[in-house]
Design a protein around this ligand. Structure first.
Ligand code: GLN
Length: 321
């Protein structure tokens, strides 16, 4: 069915979703990274950016929180820009693991067959693929420049978070060396793990993540800066990955209940992509058992249901002013 929704319908639905989700209780801050345990659990923001560049922001949308695993999305995009989507498929893969984000078991199960850049193992492998090889500073610049281009403004490293993660990332060290053992790290192991840890420690706002989502929804054209950040064909590839594994072992439940491909991070952020229409991001620190923000999930689900949207609805939806 062809139908239209108005910009003001979207603003109203986002405002209502924010108001209704604000009171939602439950979940707990991540505590395996000490910095995250101390963030105010009441912080909550909801941002939406349409593919025409219009943005709506409610709540704590300028607060810089740890991007964490949402950073896996831009770096997967960068790996696709540098090595093509097929190059990423060949070296990392595009399969859901159905297991937690930090699973070692997933690597053992698929040691001859890579999984996806959207879980820790594949994300560390993606960092190892970023050019130029062996040059930490230049690789880091490539990663952060790409995030800046996608968001239209720069992220900022949270030093305390970076130190906190570096001091406690024993599981990720094990993952990195196991990947090396299976020939799935394409640069120095320590450099690759450090880049991954650093990118997870970037501070980002929900307003910035909504613009990143909108850039992906808009086939690589950042609607705020009007710059083409990546080849339009990459959009469907990265959105497919988000749809298949963005919530780890809960991805099926998420897509079934929300209708929107999205990616979460243990900092409390969630970024969603509604192809052709908008990017959406929500942030609230308390997480469910799989490491996904309880309030952010509620807010995005509410908005999707209020607007009666879903990527598999079959509807051809256009936004009118
Ligand atoms: N830096 C975190 C980790 O590697 C990111 C995990 C996440 O956000 N799911 O454990």
């Amino acid at each position: 069915m062809e139908r239209t929704i108005t910009v003001s319908d979207i603003r109203k639905a986002a405002q209502e979703a924010y108001n209704e989700a604000k009171g939602v209780k439950g979940g707990a801050n991540a505590d395996y990274i000490p910095y995250l345990a101390n963030i105010d659990p009441e912080l909550f923001g909801l941002s939406i950016t349409l593919t025409d560049g219009t943005s709506f922001n409610f709540g704590d949308t300028e607060y810089r929180f740890g991007i964490e695993s949402v950073s896996k999305v831009p770096t997967a995009i960068l790996a696709m820009i540098q090595h093509t989507p097929d190059g990423v498929l060949e070296r990392i893969g595009a399969d859901a693991t159905g297991l937690p984000f930090n699973s070692i078991f997933a690597i053992l199960l698929e040691n001859d067959h890579p999984s996806t850049p959207l879980v820790n193992a594949g994300a560390i492998a993606a960092c190892s693929m970023i050019a130029p090889q062996g040059a930490t500073d230049d690789k880091w610049k490539a990663i952060t420049d790409n995030i800046t281009a996608l968001c239209g403004s720069a992220p900022e490293l949270i030093d305390e978070l970076y130190e906190s993660e570096t001091a406690t990332n024993f599981n990720n060290r094990a993952i990195s060396w196991l990947l090396k053992n299976y020939g799935r790290i394409y640069d120095d192991v320590d450099i690759s793990l450090d880049l991954y840890t650093r990118q997870c420690s970037l501070g980002i706002t929900s307003a910035q993540l909504a613009v990143m989502g909108a850039t992906i929804a808009n086939r690589g054209l950042n609607p705020v800066t009007a710059k083409q950040v990546f080849d339009p064909a990459i959009s469907a590839k990265i959105t497919t990955m988000m749809a298949s594994v963005g919530f780890y072992q809960h991805t099926g439940d998420w897509l079934y209940t929300s209708g929107i491909p999205a990616k979460t991070g243990v900092g409390g952020g969630v970024m969603g992509v509604m192809p052709g229409l908008f990017g959406i991001a929500a942030f609230a620190p308390p997480l469910d058992g799989a490491g996904n923000s309880v309030k952010a999930q509620t807010a995005i689900r509410l908005l999707m249901s209020k607007l009666d949207l879903g990527i598999f609805s079959g509807d051809k939806v256009s936004v009118v002013s």
